[in-house]
Design a protein around this ligand. Sequence first.
Ligand code: HEM
Length: 241
Amino acid sequence: MSTLHGFLFGAYPYVCLTVFLLGSLLRFDRDQYTWKSDSSQMLRPGLLRWGSNLFHVGILFLFFGHLLGLLTPHAFYGHFMEASVKQQIAIWSGGAFGVLCFAGLSMLLWRRIVDPRIRLTSHRTDIAILLILWVQLVVGLITLPYSWSHSDGSVMLVLADWAQRILTLRAVDAAALAGLPWPYLFHIVLGMTIFLLFPFSRLVHVWSGFGAVGYLFRPYLVVRARRLNLPAGHVTPPSRS
Ligand code: HEM
């Protein structure tokens, strides 16, 4: 195992996680006016409608798929599902939503680069983040035939163990990943880099997207007239005359 490999899979995950969490917190605290998805719908809605919807449906499925797939301990589902079955589900569902996401993301990238109006109003990071997501998605799709060729789920278990150790702050065995084919390694490193860049881009809107679910459970707004139902002994506010 090379020193670079040891760094990328042993230390870099923690660097990314720290920058992702602290960076998001600092940006929210210090720079709230820049905390937005920066929609370009008003400038040119056309391709955005299909592009954005296909992309978001795909990416949200992939995001939660990775989260559940990688972070659910084998002991939890091993009683009722073989690792190989779980891998088959991941390959087929990930492949299907990956293709949806690819179509949407390609449309978004196309309009951002080719449409002069969108291009002129784009920040460098807007284009960079779309490009990075596009490359990440393509490499993710390239891993599918590799996963298919060892469908016993063994590689998935190695990767899941590695990811679970990082999030539970246990020692990571970077060497366990050393022999994996390049698309897996590239996909993992670029995936971590996306978390690293997250606080510096429009991706911060993802926090708000998930946070908006809280709106469904918010307390009702209680409005009371000042003169009515005052408890006994309450000092009545002076009347405005
Ligand atoms: C949590 C739920 C999410 C919500 C509510 C949301 C919402 C939005 C909105 C309103 C826009 C502006 C563009 C438009 O009008 O369609 C947008 C753009 C964008 N979102 Fe999301 N988003 C979510 C999750 C994500 C995720 C998980 C990613 C990727 C990791 C992502 C990446 C992007 C990107 C790259 C753009 C810019 C697209 C462009 O070029 O215009 N979003 N999002």
